[in-house]
Structures are given as structure tokens and as C-alpha cells.
Ligand binder design. Structure first.
Ligand code: GLU
Length: 485
């Protein structure tokens, strides 16, 4: 009997980066467990040794840690149902496979690669799977082949008649005729189980109550059900998740892939998205909360998440929407945290030292992706070469002539400032505008152009002056004045 305590598992294969779809699966499993005061288990499915990628297990640990999805049991922390890495459980799978062979529910198959390949060729597109050649080999023949050491696999003996039905919490009732189900391999020639076999054994032995995975596994689920039935085990609740699609340039949609943008968690982090924003965005890819709230912390999600809100229609990954979430998260951070997060990006733009929290404060309201930062603050490092036309601005009522007057006066005023802070700079420039009988903007515009060399800057003239410091500011103002003369 599956226990009454809800237990879910995230079962990634260590084959590289963490795809957004996998992270969503992990998140939903976590939320289903936690919203029911249950356990969330991490299990590494590394039975396909050919696809194993070095470092991929660490990527899984790190990604989960970064988004705050804590597992209760897993390879690195242990638990009562270990080992949690499939390659360390080979004896378990072979024991259960042998049990099925003994009971006549599975069989040894000695067909070699060449035979299987020729089967494929003969039936071309119509290939319906293995032709069950070894399904009814005489016992003596099996014993002979085994004693000769002929390599074999163990295959499931799928009933030839009848049908298999299962209930998916999202996709509803699904029935497949058994004649369409292949006698799938349970144990491969190398002694490793297939994913299809191992996941059933492990989900049962680990007391998993809810199996959450991508809808690409829907078509394999009848095979899993037949295995559960063969063993007489209780079938878990299935929750298959909708596909994640991307928008193509021509307006159509197709399965999310590299051409749409980053498709992995790491890729998005490298593009300057925050882990929390990514998590918040992807929870909404396929799940709809009851109200209109869109911003959720993980703690809030645990309270409101409900399987009933999962949709079966494909969800579209919208990078603009993700940027919106990211900007929201950036704006709502404390300045201190935001500053720390920006430091690596500051270092990309300059080796000079500035008051980084001041730089961060002018960026916080404007940045939507952290990767925009180096470009936005490059002007702090060196004054870009700019054209004097930038001084002309209709709205600020500036032209070459009055900009010259402004810069000359600004230099004089600022040279007299001893305590270089925001208030003093502000007062000096505002008083200057009054003295020159000009709009504030007429003083600010040329000042900002001269100290930044750019038409659009994060922060206004006073903030930039403060960050650059007195020496550098006056130097740049003089360069501007010279340009105008
Ligand atoms: N190892 C499978 C994968 O990474 C897991 C599928 C499942 O959750 O059962 O796709």
C-alpha cells in the first residue's frame, strides 16, 4: 500500500543543463509535496550511461539550491529509501526483473543488434516494435543460450489482447490497446535497467504517491501500469505536464528550443535573470492560480498551489513576460542585495572604483536584465567620444550657444564645492539656474551630456556627478566646453 503521506520525486537524468521544463517539473513536485506536508525526494536517473555528462549532477544540486527547492531525501543527504542514484541500485532492478521472468511476465531476449536493425529496415515507418521473436523460446533453448554466454536483454511480456487504461490528473482517462504496446526492454545487455523499468521499481520502493513529469511520457504510461499490475503494486497518481512551446518569428509556435532563446536555467541566469524571477515565471507556465496575483514567493506558492490549476494545453514561454517579472524582482530587492548582485557586472565595465551602492541605486529602477549593466555604465569608465549635436535639445531648450554658457558657469560653481555630495551639487545647480534665469533642464541637460557623453543615461546629472567625483567631473565638463568652443 502506498502510504497516506504525500511523497513526490524529481528524477532528472544527469545529461547536461537543467532545461526549463525540468525545473518546472521539480517545482511542481516540490509544491505538491509541501502543500500537503509531504516529502520531496531527489533521485538521479543515470541508467543511460551513454548520455551521462560530467558535472551534471552538481548542476542539478546547484540549480535546486539557487531557487530554494530543498529536497528531504537525495543522493547527497541520504534518507530512508536510498540509494538515490539509480546506478547504485542495479541489484534491486535485476532482482525484480528476474522475479518477472520466473513468473512468466518477462523473458530473456537474445536477438542481436543486426537482427533488430534488420527488423527496423523491413518494416520502415510502420515499425511497431520488437517482433516478440524470443517471447516463447523453449526452456532448454534459453538454458543453452545462457550457458553459452550469449548476451541478452530482459523484455516485458505485454498481454497480446485487451487494453490498458489509466487516469491522469491533468489529461484525464487514457486507454491504449495492448496490441500497440511493445515488449519493452527492462534490463539491457550491460545489466543496467531501462528508464522505463527503473522508474517503476523506484517509485514503488520509495513510496512515491504522485508522479509528475512532462507529457512526453504520457504514451509510455500504459507500459508502466502493466508493470505495476504485474507486480501487484498500487499505481501512483499521475500528473503529466503540458508542453512548453516557443513563439516563432512567423507567429507560429513550436516546442521551445534554442532558436527561441535560452532554454535552460543556467542559460537564463547567464542572461541576467534572477533565480526567484525565473521560478516565479515558470510556475505560471501550465498552472493558473485562482486570483489575479502573479508575483509569488516560494512560501506563498506552497500555500496556494493546487493540482486542479494545472492545464493540459501547451504553454508558451514568453521572454518579454519573463523580463517583466525580472524587473519587478529587481525593483523589490533591498539596495544592498541588488548592489552585491551587480558587482560582477560592474567589474565587467570598469576596473575603477566607484561608490557601488550609488551606481546600483541609479540602475535599480531601469534594469530589466543584469546583463544590460556593463553597457549602461561603460561611460563611467571612460568618457565616450560624442558629437556636440548632443547638446542640442528642444525640450530642455538647449543649443550650442547656451550650453557653452551653462558649462562655463557649472565649472565655476562646482569648483567651489568642498563637500561633494548630492545635496550640495543639487543646490549649486538649481541656484545657478535661478541666477542665469534658465529652466533647471537647461542647466541639467548640457551638464549631463558633458559628464556622460550619452543622450540616455541611468540617473540624472546630479547623481552622475556625485558618482564620478569632483576631479573627473570637472575634467569632463572642460572637455565638453572645449567641444563647444
Ligand atoms: N529521468 C527522466 C527525465 O529526466 C524522468 C522522468 C520522470 O520524471 O519520470 O526525463
Amino acid at each position: 500500500m502506498i502510504g497516506s503521506r504525500v511523497r513526490t520525486r524529481y528524477a532528472p537524468s544527469p545529461t547536461g543543463f537543467m532545461h526549463i521544463g525540468n525545473l518546472r517539473t521539480a517545482l511542481y513536485e516540490y509544491l505538491i509535496a509541501k502543500s500537503n506536508s509531504g516529502d520531496f525526494v531527489l533521485r538521479i536517473e543515470d541508467t543511460d550511461q551513454g548520455r551521462f555528462v560530467d558535472g551534471a549532477i552538481d548542476t542539478i544540486y546547484n540549480s535546486l539550491r539557487m531557487v530554494g527547492i530543498d529536497y528531504d531525501e537525495g543522493p547527497d543527504i541520504g534518507g530512508n529509501y536510498g540509494p538515490y542514484i539509480q546506478s547504485e541500485r542495479l541489484e534491486i532492478y535485476s532482482k525484480y526483473a528476474e522475479q518477472l521472468v520466473k513468473e512468466g511476465k518477462a523473458y530473456y531476449c537474445f536477438c542481436n543488434k543486426e537482427r533488430l536493425e534488420s527488423l527496423h529496415k523491413e518494416s520502415s515507418e510502420l515499425f511497431l516494435g520488437y517482433d516478440r521473436h524470443c517471447r516463447d523460446l523453449p526452456k532448454e533453448e534459453v538454458i543453452r543460450l545462457l550457458s553459452e554466454g550469449v548476451p541478452y536483454v530482459i523484455r516485458q511480456k505485454v498481454p497480446l489482447e485487451g487494453s490498458t487504461t489509466f487516469e491522469d490528473s491533468v489529461f484525464g482517462k487514457i486507454t491504449v490497446s495492448n496490441s500497440e504496446i511493445e515488449d519493452q526492454i527492462l534490463i539491457k545487455t550491460d545489466g543496467y535497467p531501462t528508464y522505463n523499468f527503473a522508474n517503476v521499481i523506484d517509485d514503488h520502493l520509495m513510496n512515491i504517491t504522485h508522479v509528475v513529469r512532462g507529457s512526453e511520457y504520457l504514451s509510455s504510461t500504459p507500459k508502466y501500469n502493466l508493470l505495476y499490475e504485474s507486480f501487484g503494486w498500487e499505481i501512483p497518481t499521475y500528473i503529466h505536464l503540458p508542453l512548453i512551446m516557443g513563439k516563432n518569428d512567423d507567429g507560429t509556435i513550436s516546442k521551445l528550443s534554442k532558436r527561441h532563446g535560452a532554454t535552460s536555467f543556467e542559460g537564463l541566469i547567464n542572461e541576467g535573470y534572477l533565480a526567484e524571477a525565473i521560478l516565479n515565471y515558470i510556475v505560471l507556465l501550465g498552472w493558473c492560480p485562482e486570483g489575479n496575483q502573479e508575483i509569488f514567493s516560494l512560501g506563498e506558492l506552497i500555500k496556494v498551489f493546487d493540482i486542479k490549476g494545472i492545464s493540459k494545453s501547451p504553454s508558451i514561454f514568453d521572454y518579454d513576460k519573463l523580463r517583466w517579472f525580472n524587473a519587478e524582482y529587481i525593483r523589490n530587492m533591498s539596495l544592498e542585495n541588488f548592489t552585491n548582485m551587480c558587482i560582477p557586472y560592474f567589474k565587467k565595465a570598469t576596473s575603477k572604483e566607484f561608490s557601488w551602492s550609488k551606481v546600483a541605486s541609479i540602475l535599480q529602477q531601469r534594469v530589466t536584465q543584469l546583463t544590460q549593466i556593463p553597457e549602461m555604465i561603460k561611460f563611467l569608465d571612460i568618457l565616450p567620444d560624442y558629437s556636440k549635436e548632443l547638446f542640442i535639445n528642444k525640450k530642455s531648450k538647449t543649443n550650442i550657444e547656451n550650453s557653452k554658457v551653462v558649462l562655463k558657469n557649472v565649472i565655476d560653481e562646482l569648483e567651489n564645492i568642498n563637500v561633494w555630495d548630492y545635496d550640495n551639487l543639487h543646490n549649486a545647480l538649481i541656484n545657478l539656474a535661478t541666477k542665469l534665469e534658465m529652466k533647471n533642464g537647461t542647466v541639467m541637460w548640457p551638464t549631463r551630456i558633458a559628464i556622460s557623453g550619452m543622450q540616455v543615461t541611468p540617473g540624472g546629472a546630479i547623481e552622475i556627478l556625485e558618482i564620478l567625483g569632483k576631479g573627473e567631473s570637472i575634467k569632463r565638463l572642460k572637455v565638453g566646453l572645449e567641444k563647444l568652443s
